[in-house]
Design a protein around this ligand. Sequence first.
Ligand SMILES: Cc1cc2nc3c(=O)[nH]c(=O)nc-3n(C[C@H](O)[C@H](O)[C@H](O)COP(=O)(O)OP(=O)(O)OC[C@H]3O[C@@H](n4cnc5c(N)ncnc54)[C@H](O)[C@@H]3O)c2cc1C
Length: 385
Amino acid sequence: MMLGFLLARAGVEILVLEKHADFLRDFRGDTIHPSTLELMYELGLLDEFLKRPHQELHELSGQVGNETFTLADFSHLPTHCKFVAMMPQWDFLNFLVEQGRRYPAFHVEMQAEATDLIEENGRIVGVRVTTPQGQREVRANLIVGADGRHSVIRARAALPSVNLGAPMDVLWMRLSRHPSDGGQTFGHIDRGKMLVLINREDYWQAAMVIPKGASDEIRQRGLPAFREQIASLIPFLRDRVEELQDWKDIRLLTVVVDRLTQWSRPGLLCIGDAAHAMSPIGGVGINLAIQDAVAAANILGPVLMRGTPSQSDLDAVQKRRMFPTRATQRLQLIFQNKIIRRVLASTKPLTLPWFFKLFQRFPYLRRIPARLVGIGFRPEHILSS
Ligand SMILES: Cc1cc2nc3c(=O)[nH]c(=O)nc-3n(C[C@H](O)[C@H](O)[C@H](O)COP(=O)(O)OP(=O)(O)OC[C@H]3O[C@@H](n4cnc5c(N)ncnc54)[C@H](O)[C@@H]3O)c2cc1C
């Protein structure tokens, strides 16, 4: 959507196909990072954007056993917004659609699922689309696969990928939030358990991190045992875990970390999770997808105004974005393997590791994770006026 918005703004005719009827789904992540907010500023949209309901996260904090800690402090970032805006992704996407509609070149079609690619003479020239009215073809001088970590486009294009592995999956659910709960504590960790709470004002979006493939076993142990797991980790939730009445209230999100080694073929480019599925760690996947979109618009916008991008134009996008992708995934893998894997396997009470204690002792160290999470590697900027 971001790439569509930027290209339409630059005068390129675009059509965004979205398979669902709306963006109202729970499983997308809610974090709009300082670097994305900076892009909103560069686009002149920041004030409008911040009028939307959101919470501002100035620090990243957590709790190990009974000890709380702060890992990142965004207040020193060299950006206009020194916080992460927590906004449900459907609100963010609706905002982009509304802004996009100001440009006549911007078109969005909902309930339009891309099912296959159309290839002619070794070049991708379009997609087959299924809509409520039936099937049809959409042709374009560039197809962009931005269809997420289970991308149909990348599968049909048979682009080569490497799977980097993930030791965990996530169970995703809502629990009501009371004003007395407090606001910002994020990750709660104790032996074998890890729960992340996202404050959505009237409810908590809760993410229970579980060992990869363990969801069937957890279901077999039963809902009361699962509720007890939550309540023993975060006692203030004990009075409302009964809200989880059915496994239907709890969604399994499978975590994938992978990346394409080749992001494009003639006529086709993949970006975002379709090019590199991100782990939820650091909540940076949305940000990275947006950065890809900005880089793609900067590189391909002027070319698309003149005609059809060449393979070397498409390669230039991969070249620009491969380093931030690799570096971010590298950090996510370190965190996954050194911390999450150990926490999930632990059977004894946990205490705060020495590494985290350093951040309590020397608060200025919190600026490093803040920079990595809030801005990331090689931040992009809007080049077109
Ligand atoms: C459990 C979990 C929690 C996460 N939490 C966060 C977080 O808090 N913050 C964060 O930054 N990142 C988070 N991430 C990562 C983040 O969700 C992704 O990195 C990010 O959404 C990628 O954006 P995208 O636009 O590439 O893909 P997506 O957000 O997956 O968007 C793809 C879109 O394409 C549509 N689509 C799919 N297939 C088709 C098709 N065939 N035809 C048409 N449309 C199609 C989908 O409906 C969807 O709207 C999390 C990931 C997981 C697994």
